[in-house]
Each structure stands twice: as C-alpha cells, then as structure tokens.
Design a protein. Structure first.
Length: 86
C-alpha cells in the first residue's frame, strides 16, 4: 500500500483549520491520525498553534507516532494488559 497525497491541498487544509480555530482561542485541536497514520502528517498537524496532540484509534497507531507527539489520546478501549504495556 502507498499513501498518495496532493501536498498543496493537504497543507492548505491544515492551514485552513488553523485559521478557522484562531477565532476560538480557548479551544484546542486534537487531530485524528486514523486517516493517514504517518509521522510526517501528524507532525504537520501538531505544529499548528492550537494543537494539543494527536488522537489514535489503535495502540499500533500510537506506537508509530510516539516520536512525533508526546500527547496522545487513545480513543478506543484497551483489551489486554499486553497492549497497555506497549
């Protein structure tokens, strides 16, 4: 599998969200990594002014993005102690 991205459009979407959220300075943004699952895109998202971290659905996604973002929300329940240790 390969992720193919129209880079200009993606960068504009990231900027557009940041611009929209600037009207709500007390609100933080936690982007969901489920659609891209890549450290490069997650890094772009967490560098935005109101970003407070990344949301991941699975433990494997959180592990893959751990070096990019120190504040992650795991949005699904853990099903085993082994997954919690990861």
């Amino acid at each position: 599998p390969a992720l193919v991205v129209e880079l200009d459009a993606m960068e504009e979407n990231v900027r557009s969200l940041a611009k929209f959220m600037s009207a709500y300075p007390s609100v933080s943004v936690r982007s969901h990594a489920k659609t891209h699952k890549t450290p490069e895109i997650a890094s772009m998202q967490v560098q935005q002014p109101q970003s407070c971290g990344i949301c991941c659905q699975k433990v494997s996604e959180a592990v893959a993005l751990a070096n990019v973002c120190g504040d992650m929300l795991l949005s699904s329940g853990l099903v085993s102690p082994a997954k919690a240790r990861r």
